[in-house]
Design a protein around this ligand. Sequence first.
Ligand code: EPZ
Length: 425
Amino acid sequence: MDKLVVSQSPPLRGAVAVSGAKNAVLPILAATLLTDEGCVIEGAPDLKDVATMCRLMSDLGVTVSRREDGALVTRPEGGGSCDADYDIVRTMRASITVLGPLLAKRGRAVVSFPGGCNIGPRPIDLHIRGLRALGATIEVEEGYLVARAGKLTGTTLFLGGPFGSSVTGTANVLMAAVLSEGRTVIESAACEPEVVDLARFLVRMGARIRGVGSPRLEIEGVRKLHGATWRVIPDRIEAGTLLVAAAITGGDVTVTGASAGMLTGVLQTLREIGVTIEEGPTSIRASRSGPLRPAQFVTLPYPGFPTDLQAQFMALLCLSEGISVITEKIYPERFLHVAELLRLRAHILREGPSAIVVGVPWLSGAKVMASDLRASAALVLAGLVARGKTEVKRIYHLDRGYERLEEKLKALGAIIEREPDPEAP
Ligand code: EPZ
């Protein structure tokens, strides 16, 4: 297993291109199960999670190959199993998004029941509720969700839960509804840009969906979908991470290919913290020369502040001149990075779903352990400014969702190396 060795780096400067969105491409790949024709997905990032999804697709009878220009080309082979194995679902929860398409297209899906994970409990009751409302029977047998449907029928259903809607839950129900008979109305649908991208791809495949981007989706079922070519949206979380890298080092970085419109709340928070932001039509520039100011934010469903940038902003606020309060309203237990940031000399107190970050003038490098994808990124960011060296271990988490992050940072001036970790189990 590899580790990243990050040394205190100069202010990052230059331009860096954002990759395609991980959380858009994964359900879009699942959606290709809905057609007997091939699809082309352009701008698909080269990530471990994408490779895992391609492996799962191949088990399910759809081969996926990567073209020279990076596009993924899907080819349904006919046949294939309807089972998503425990070993795949446990490494990548997004594999649950094959449930809706398998059920709608093949009338049967057997998907491992996903457990909790490092960011806390991850229930799937909303997925089940939505698919049952469309007429599926779903039972849990020996750790698997066994779903069957003769014919799915449109209906009006509500997808709100205690923490808002569900991103992958909306994706699953939407993908089942497009091939259901009649009209489906999904109330309290997730509005995340990745759900919008999926819906637009489905429309390109011939689905009839109204209200895309709103919490009320109206779907008129069709009998068949055809193949389509699609370019995935830029990864707003990667873009946000790179902007924080500029901010934390007091640098000046332009993230190209990024969409400011998907990051309104994040850019607002960066400005409050003392970062100068310039929004271009397809780029965002972040620079900072003054001190970091403290901030208060709450993670919320889109367009609120994304939970997937909470850890990175915590790293940034560790160095602000004052006290910040961060509240998690999506995953109240998504704070495993706190203990690791403390090892870097940060001063953070936990109080229920909130973290109180008392700014310190400097951080000190140390060995730290990545606990999940975004926590890993936060530790790398902290390592860029911590005095001495920071070793971020277990970076397989990072490789799941960031495309060549260390290379991108290095090109901006970061001192960062990937090395084999002899201490890893
Ligand atoms: C998606 O996960 C993302 N993953 C996550 O990104 C992201 O953190 C999350 O949405 C929230 O934005 C993908 O898109 C592949 P949810 P998802 O269902 O869909 C509760 C990353 O780092 N809930 O929208 O699994 C749930 O507990 C990852 O890239 C229910 O109560 O998240 C949470 O509090 C991590 N019942 C809230 O809803 C359900 O049936 C939102 O979860 C489902 C969810």
